[in-house]
Design a protein around this ligand. Sequence first.
Ligand SMILES: [Zn+2]
Length: 50
Amino acid sequence: MGKHKNVNRWEKYDEDGNLEGKQCPRCDSMLAQHGNRDTCGKCGYSKIQK
Ligand SMILES: [Zn+2]
């Protein structure tokens, strides 16, 4: 931990692509997976996975 230089935590999840417990870039809540989408139940953010 702490050895990454300036790594944005969202980019960290994007690179892996399969990590569970993704966080919403808007409000920091956990994203729920619905089919091919990650959805935030708090702010309504959603991201379609490719
Ligand atoms: Zn959110």
